[in-house]
Every structure is written in C-alpha cells, then in structure tokens.
Write a protein that binds this ligand. Sequence first.
Ligand code: KG4
Ligand code: ZN
Length: 348
Amino acid sequence: MPETPLVLGLETSCDETGVGIVRGTRLLADAVASSVPEHVRFGGVVPEIASRAHLEVMVPTIERACAEAGVRLSDLDAVAVTAGPGLAGALMVGVAAAKALAIGLGVPLYGVNHLGAHVAVDVVEHGPLPEPTLALLVSGGHSSLLLVPDVTTDVRLLGATIDDAAGEAFDKVARLLGLPFPGGPHIDRVARDGDAQAIDFPRGLTSGRDLHRHSLDFSFSGLKTSVARWVQARESAGSPVPVADVAASFQEAVVDVLTRKAVAACRREGVPDLLIGGGVAANSRLRALAQHRCDEAGVRLRVPRPGLCNDNGAMVAALGSLMVQAGRSPSALDLPADSSQPVQQVQV
Ligand code: KG4
Ligand code: ZN
C-alpha cells in the first residue's frame, strides 16, 4: 500500500449521494448529488425517495468524481463507505456499491462511522488532528460531544441530545415560521436581520439539577415547543410574527448552549482543541460565537469550511485514508449497513 493511498469514499446515509476521492489527506474530488429538491414538498426526508435517488445517481456521481480527480477507478488503492448510522435503505445502496467496487477492483473495503467521518474530514483542510481532539458534532440526526483520542479507533461519547438533534430543531422551527426545508440555512439567513436578544427562549439542561445530571447533554425539544407557543400566541392575538427576531432568538438559544457545553467539555477533559462538524457547523452564528468563546477560554478551534460540514463523500474518503495509513485491517466484504451504529464503533 502506498504511503499516500488513493481512496474513494461513498456517503449515502441520508439525502446526499457523496463521492469523494483523496490521495493521503489531499482532497482530489468531492462530488455530491442531493435529493433535497425531491423531499421539499413533504417537508422532510422520505426514506424511500432518498434510497431510489442514491441508486439513480450513484454511477454518474462516481464518474463525475473520477473526472474531477483525474483518476481512473483502476488507480484506487481502497474504497471506504458509510456503514451507519443513517437511513437503513439509503445506507444499503452505498454499502452495496462500495462492495461491488472493492470486489471488482480487488482493493480493501473500509466500512466507517458517519460521525467519525464528520470529524476526520477536517484533515483535508486543516491537517492532522491533535490527539486527543474534543469534537462537537451537530447535524440533522445528532448532537454529540465526543472525546477523540484517535479518530481511526477510539471515539468516546461524553454527551448527546436527550431528545431532538440541533439540526432537527432548526428544521422544525423553520417549518413553524413558514421557511422551506431544510430549515437550517434559511434560519441562518433570516436571522441576520433579526435581534437575537428580542425573545429570551429557554436554554435546555443548563441550570440546577438538569445541569448536574446532564452536564454535557443537550435538549432542544422544550425550546422548539417554547418557540411554537410564542408564535401561536402572536397569531391568536392577530399580531404579525416577527420572523427575523424569532429566528435570531431561537438560533442564539441553540448556539449559546452548544458552545457553552463544548467549551466546558474542553475544560473538564483538559483538551485545548475543539473541532465542530456536521451540517449545523455551517451555521454562521455558531461559527462566530464558538470562535469568541474559544478565544476567551484559550481553546484552539477548527471548523471545516461549510461545504465539508454538510454530508459529503470526502469525509468518508478522509476517514478511510486515515485507516489505511494507520495500518488498520479492512472490513469484511459481507459488512452490514447498521442504521443505529453507535458512535464509538468507528469501523465495522
Ligand atoms: O450533517 P448533515 O448534512 O446531515 C445529517 O447527517 O443529518 O446535517 C443536516 C442538518 C439539517 O438539519 C440542516 O438544517 C442543518 O444541518 N444545517 C444548518 C445549516 N446548514 C445545514 N443548520 C443551521 N445553520 C445552517 N447554516
Ligand atoms: Zn451528517
């Protein structure tokens, strides 16, 4: 195996078909085909539609990635794929495609964890990960604080959401405000014209007994309900809803808790490096407040550029490549797709 292996990564855990190609940790291609437009009218991802879309675009997206990277499939040294967690049917399309490639090309196959890949992707932008790194992962399906001594083998869960994921809260509140799906980017945009201090929405699990019992956990379901009640009260009184102020105040409540707990985790674990990943890490206010609080606390912050925060194949290729370079054994060719793969299981 060459020192800087050429690795192709496939991502199909939700609504993005991602094909990334790296050489070592250098990103050569990041082709993404999204089925979001097909889900918009349902206001959420429809699993069957996502699976079918993966199937339809898989081969053309692989071809596009190879063209972008200027490589042929026969040049590949290894194939990596998201084995879980995610939508079962969607994962299966990627896993089947990766097995076909690995068997056809006679190269090793690495079935990896989607969340680990969200962490690993930052190596293509900011170089090797400090060991350990503290990671805040915020996406449509997850909000977790992770201690990552070694992203290829050792990922530990420090805290997680006890109800809705951060991205889910963004999407639900956006819907309530009449903004399109997926709501995160729309709230981010609308909030720029709003006053983040206009409404004092609750910060879940940040005080008293809740904080004591769930010091590094999150809860966003009470916040969502509180926003819904506030909007309803306005509507029943016949007053207009100040959408920008609601969006900004809601966003502030989410990112306040996320950044506070992430910095607290760094302190508790004595880790001076924080990485934020996952779709919600594209949020402009989260990035700004995290930078501010990390500067204050003497924590170094790494956040991949927004395009690498959303689901993509580059993150899977990056984690696969790190595994190859670390000399990890490949996965078995009959590896399953595991919709509820625990975050600690970096490789299947
Ligand atoms: O990581 P990701 O692409 O897919 C999952 O693994 O879930 O994350 C998607 C989530 C969605 O909930 C979307 O609304 C949210 O990330 N998101 C954002 C922003 N961009 C995407 N949330 C807040 N602000 C953004 N700019
Ligand atoms: Zn994701």
